[in-house]
Design a protein around this ligand. Structure first.
Ligand SMILES: Cc1cc2nc3c(=O)[nH]c(=O)nc-3n(C[C@H](O)[C@H](O)[C@H](O)COP(=O)(O)OP(=O)(O)OC[C@H]3O[C@@H](n4cnc5c(N)ncnc54)[C@H](O)[C@@H]3O)c2cc1C
Length: 272
């Protein structure tokens, strides 16, 4: 299918982009890499009258590495971030997760912030932002605000972003220096969305564990001072708490089993 007719606006600055959003409101959508939005438009699940293309705004192409983590501008593609050696050394989990995000071709166009805005519960980058307790910074003509990962992603394909706001950057905090991190994904084929994606940070016996692909949003739990003997019980309780859903890819029961088995393997291996 083809999209409904729309007008394309190509602003040079963030100010121009937010002014256009203020003017056109719900009739406009931001487009970054188009790797999710164009599919939605082709299927007529989205029919914006105006597309505001932010991919060429230089201010949004910044990757900043600080002692605390990595800040990624909204026009930074997934490939650009993956090839930023300093950023990937600071938060190696991102490099690991990015190899599972679609394919080379989609990563060359798709942006990091676009994935956060699309808010697919099976997507890898929202899962990492949740695990690492990252933030998203949004701007409108009214000013700027920064939201935690948890308050940004409000449900399946939904976020706290207002129609007049653009996401300008996302911040991925580095894990503590002496912590170990792990990532594991189960998908039907490499490059597909995850059936279940798991990630963890282990600091001595404290574990922070995040699950994607089971609920409507990624979810992270903290198990301070984890007794390894209680791990299976904790994972079982988490699997039931998340519940999961049946879809064409897997049953809820299979998803729960993945949390139990793959979760235990990931955490035990990361603890070693
Ligand atoms: C074949 C294929 C396989 C894929 N596999 C995976 C996968 O395994 N895992 C995965 O996570 N993703 C996957 N994707 C999706 C891909 O990662 C997209 O790049 C990503 O979801 C969206 O990024 P984008 O920059 O293309 O956003 P767009 O498609 O341009 O936008 C997506 C949504 O976010 C909004 N948006 C984008 N940027 C902003 C912003 N700065 N401010 C406000 N709103 C914004 C848009 O309005 C739209 O609603 C796949 C895509 C394809 C085509």
């Amino acid at each position: 299918m083809k999209p409904a007719p729309f007008s394309l606006l190509i602003p040079d600055t963030i100010d121009e982009a937010v002014s256009a959003l203020a003017e056109y409101g719900d009739a406009a959508r931001v487009i970054a890499g188009g790797q999710s939005l164009m599919a939605m438009m082709n299927m007529r699940l989205a029919e914006p009258d105006y597309l505001i293309d932010i991919a060429r705004i230089n201010e949004l192409k910044r990757i900043e590495v600080t002692p605390k983590g990595v800040s990624v501008g909204a026009a930074v593609t997934q490939s650009a971030l993956a090839s930023h050696a300093e950023a990937m050394a600071k938060v190696p989990l991102i490099a690991e997760a990015l190899t599972h995000v679609g394919h080379v071709q989609t990563r060359n166009r798709g942006t990091v912030c676009g994935s956060l805005c699309h808010a697919d519960p099976s997507a890898e980058l929202p899962l990492l932002l949740c695990l690492l307790e990252g933030t998203v910074t949004l701007r409108s003509t009214q000013g700027e605000r920064t939201l935690s990962a948890e308050s940004f992603q409000t449900g399946m394909l939904s976020t706290a972003k207002r129609a007049d706001e653009i996401v300008v950057s996302a911040f991925f905090p580095a894990a503590p220096k002496n912590a170990r991190t792990g990532f594991h994904e189960i998908a039907r084929r490499h490059g597909d969305f995850a059936i279940v994606a798991l990630a963890c940070i282990v600091e001595e016996r404290s574990v922070r564990f995040a699950v994607g692909g089971v609920g409507d949003t990624p979810l992270a739990v903290n198990w301070p001072n984890l007794d390894p003997a209680s791990l299976d019980e904790k994972l079982n309780a988490l699997a039931w708490r998340l519940g999961g859903y049946d879809d064409i890819h897997a049953s809820a029961r299979y998803r729960r089993e993945l949390i139990r088995r793959a979760g235990a393997t990931l955490i035990r291996e990361t603890m070693l």
